[in-house]
Design a protein around this ligand. Structure first.
Ligand code: AMP
Ligand code: GLY
Length: 421
């Protein structure tokens, strides 16, 4: 099978690492990829949102399957263009990807289908928003409707901060992504990430993890794309997973199909485990990053049959998936200044070492000089991952590898997994 993998981060490096282990694979090409991915397969300098470029690359390599990592490609309409060309694609159409790209779409969808999520309203003008805020108590949750690079959610502790956030978003801080704001009820509970593969009509659970979103130890500091993950997350019991599947994921896939937007790919549910049960915080139309990294370490099956079956509407033919018993931990090594102003270009040494055991280093934001020197080139730079018999052991292995990597221009959290340990 010829496969085109779209994307450039740690998530895509983990997918590439898993895909190249497949006996079904003939050729893997990644676009644009990164230096870590380039150690595993061919890479081509085509950007993840260059739909025409990716389509012609898929044709050139006679791709049997295109696997889409990041949401930018989905929002650009890559899955739609591939469908038109008759090329199988793991990833939803632009219209179905609105479950991630439009918070207002998702909230309205949840309301139409009676799915558990925070109460909310959508506003296009500050006066109406202000009136609604009058009816709520702090903390206030204010969200830009569209994609805002992880910065579109404000949890305001007082009314002045809430008003400022509304004004800021409707005033154009995020361009058209902020033309509408969603104001919602504040939910109390622990957060967890649940994944399902979807083939347009059905869904299969595909792993769970917990993420650390804040930059610094003790869950302090600014929100980030994720500073580390572990799987399994003990807080997400089998009973809660089943409940979330039945009350949220299965009806979502059914509802999307009924409304003419069949959902294909991975559906990532960000859940709040409240006293009333699991509620949806947000959907993403892709694997989490760095959740994907720990899932790939734990997946016992060949991944290609799963990705292909989802893309071709054939998930019901497979049974499983099966997971390794071990726990997996991922520690993100980020560049100094991340998330606000990460400093690029710092030298990294030792990332390619053989860490023995089950530790693997995925590249998230790196570049390689012509002489082979590895440098940071992004906010999140390396994802140091390990499998262990227990979460403790996995964490110790991951941190031993972190300690062996020389990256003076970066930082990491030293408490990944604390909630579960
Ligand atoms: P989102 O981008 O929608 O995942 O929001 C970012 C973060 O804001 C989430 O991971 C939560 O920690 C928090 N958050 C979002 N919506 C709510 C809510 N309704 N209640 C409490 N926390 C929320
Ligand atoms: N780790 C959170 C995300 O991928 O959105």
């Amino acid at each position: 099978m010829n496969v085109l993998l779209v994307g450039f981060g740690g998530r895509e490096h983990a997918l590439a690492w898993k895909i190249v282990q497949s006996p079904m694979l003939t050729r893997l090409v990644a676009a644009p990829g990164n230096p870590g991915i380039a150690d595993l397969c061919e890479t081509r300098a085509v950007k993840a949102d260059d739909v025409a470029g990716l389509l012609s690359l898929a044709r050139e390599i006679a791709a049997d399957l295109v696997v889409v990592g990041p949401e930018v490609a989905l929002e650009a309409g890559l899955a739609d263009a591939l469908a038109e060309a008759g090329i199988a694609c793991f990833g939803p159409s632009r219209s179905a990807a609105r479950l991630e790209t439009s918070k207002a779409f998702t909230k309205d969808f949840c309301q139409r289908h009676g799915l558990p999520t925070a109460a909310y309203r959508v506003f296009e003008d500050t006066e109406a928003a202000s009136g609604f805020l009058d009816s709520l108590t702090a903390p206030f949750v204010i969200k830009a409707d569209g994609l805002a690079a992880g910065k579109g959610v404000v949890i305001a502790q007082d009314r002045a901060e809430a008003d400022a956030a509304v004004l800021d978003m409707l005033g154009g801080r995020f361009g058209s992504a902020g033309a509408r704001v969603v104001i919602e009820e504040f939910m109390v509970g622990e957060e967890a990430s649940l994944f399902a593969l979807c083939d347009g009509t059905g869904a299969v659970l595909f792993g769970q993890a917990q993420d650390h979103k804040r930059a610094y130890d003790g869950d302090e500091g600014p929100n980030t794309g994720g500073m580390g993950t572990y799987s399994p997350a003990p807080v997400l019991t089998d009973a809660l997973i089943q409940q979330a599947f039945e009350e949220l994921i299965a009806p979502t896939v059914r509802g999307m199909a009924e409304e003419g937007n069949p959902y294909v790919g991975v559906l990532y549910a960000g859940l709040m485990l409240t006293e009333q049960g699991p509620k949806l915080v947000e959907y993403n139309a892709r694997f989490g990053d760095p959740e994907c990294q720990v899932l790939m370490l734990r997946l016992a099956d060949d991944i290609l049959p799963w990705l292909e079956a989802a893309a071709k509407g054939q998930l019901s033919r497979l049974s499983g998936p099966s997971w390794r018993e071990e726990a997996a931990v991922c520690v993100v090594m980020a560049a100094d200044g991340y998330p606000d102003s990460p400093v690029s270009g710092a030298v990294i040494r030792g990332a390619g070492a053989d860490f023995g055991g089950e530790a693997v280093v995925f590249h998230a934001g790196t570049k390689r000089d012509e002489d082979g020197t590895l440098r940071s080139a992004g906010g999140r730079v390396l994802n140091v991952c390990a499998l262990g018999a227990t979460l403790h052991e996995a964490r110790d292995l991951a941190y031993a590898a972190v300690g062996a990597i020389d990256f003076p221009g970066g930082f990491h959290r030293s408490d990944i997994g604390w909630r579960a340990l």
